[in-house]
Design a protein around this ligand. Structure first.
Ligand code: NAD
Ligand code: UDP
Length: 349
């Protein structure tokens, strides 16, 4: 039996891709997810894609704030580490409903940490975000760049990072990796798993995807007057499979390096791509025209954000491999095979 990892939020977009990579690497994975923003079909498809390793995957529909339910899982399985994806992530919604975000993300994380400590599992990989850099003055963002939350979602990421630093300061048995993701896009090359957010998507790629399959008429471009190459916002898009592999690299580091404390790593490619460049690359990959509407800037948006990836490359021995063309190819493969994601058309959507 390989090492056993608890994956919170493992039915979600990044979680499902990471669980697949874990299984293929020989790990045993136990997923807990309340399915608030995901489908159990994702877990089933991951098990199928993993072939003979699929038997090493277990799923529990659990809210991580439910301490009793979490304890039940910990009392029957000894975990070597936890990867913590579970959380709400829609920036706009977090501005409208801050308490929902603080309650879910912060209280959920504290519940998880308490149960981990009670059962002596003190290795954690946490999904942080490049959003903690706010609107950076100096680029690329290094792990030492100043931090600034622009909204309650970002605030939850910053707070959880601080909580993690504090528990490690109080008890050095804790080994923690805070992974700051840049912009995950794309899908597994099979086209059987991918991003399928509930409700109206928040991020660029799922919106482009929904326009491409006729679920939306146009894409609104949020601002074309930035000081960038073509006036539109620039981000560091990273293939979700590269991101998933970053988690495997983080786990290996736990098991191989006794000096791990509470560490922060950027997971990005180091390249900046504008909205219009992303649209053009997707149009090329899909052969579909994406009609655009120029809209005003989205409040709180940074102009340019991309990562310095040197630390992860050096210390985790990990580097993103996939190009923007490959990200769009795989996104389209998923979209064209699953125009309605894991579900049937939702009349509310
Ligand atoms: P996602 O919504 O697809 O996955 C999150 C999963 O967590 C969902 O399956 C949801 O049902 C589950 N969940 C939420 N609250 C829960 C709770 N209380 N108990 C149990 N399960 C719960 O999102 P994702 O894109 O896969 O993101 C995963 C993590 O990475 C999140 O923490 C997110 O904030 C972070 N992140 C994502 C991005 C991105 O652009 N996708 C960027 C940076 C950071
Ligand atoms: N964006 C856009 N239209 C949309 C959604 C996003 O023009 O409907 C832009 C957004 O302004 C930003 C980029 O696309 O410049 C990436 O946005 P996303 O929300 O995906 O990521 P984040 O801003 O959180 O990095």
């Amino acid at each position: 039996m390989g090492r056993c990892v608890l994956v919170t939020g493992g039915a979600g977009y990044v979680g499902s891709h990471t669980v697949l990579q874990l299984l293929l690497e020989g790990f045993t994975a136990v997923v807990v997810d309340n399915l608030d923003n995901s489908s159990e079909f994702a877990v089933q498809r991951v098990a199928q894609l993993a072939g003979e390793f699929g038997k090493n995957l277990t799923f529990h529909r659990i809210d991580i704030r439910d301490i009793e339910a979490l304890e039940k899982v910990f009392s029957t399985t000894k975990f070597d580490a936890v990867i913590h994806f579970a959380g709400l992530k829609a920036v706009g919604e977090s501005v409208q409903k801050p308490l929902l975000y603080y309650k879910n993300n912060i209280i959920g994380t504290i519940a998880l940490l308490e149960v981990m400590a009670a059962y002596g599992c003190k290795k954690l990989v946490f999904s942080s975000s490049a959003t903690v850099y706010g609107w950076p003055k100096d680029l690329p963002c290094t792990e030492e760049s100043p931090l600034c939350a622009m909204n309650p979602y970002g605030q939850t990421k910053l707070m959880i990072e601080e909580i993690c630093h504090d528990i490690h300061r109080a008890d050095s048995d804790w080994k923690i990796m805070l992974l700051r993701y840049f912009n995950p896009v794309g899908a597994h090359s099979s086209g059987h798993i991918g991003e399928d957010p509930r409700g109206i998507p928040n991020n660029l790629m799922p919106l482009i995807q929904q326009v491409s399959v006729g679920r939306r008429p146009t894409l609104a471009v949020f601002g074309n007057d930035y000081s960038t190459k073509d006036g539109t916002g620039v981000r560091d898009y990273i293939h979700v499979v590269d991101l998933a592999d970053g988690h495997i690299a983080a786990l290996h580091k736990f098991f191989e390096d006794p000096n791990i404390g509470c560490e922060v790593y950027n997971l990005g490619t180091g390249n900046g791509t504008s909205v219009l460049e992303m649209v053009a690359a997707f149009e090329k990959a899909s052969g579909k025209k994406i009609p655009l509407v120029m809209a005003g800037r989205r409040p709180g948006d940074a102009e340019i954000l991309y990562a310095c990836t040197a630390k992860a490359e050096k210390e985790l021995n990990w580097k993103a491999k996939y190009s923007i063309e490959e990200m769009c190819r795989d996104q389209w493969n998923w979209a064209s095979k699953n125009p309605w994601g894991y579900g049937l058309p939702d009349p509310a959507n």
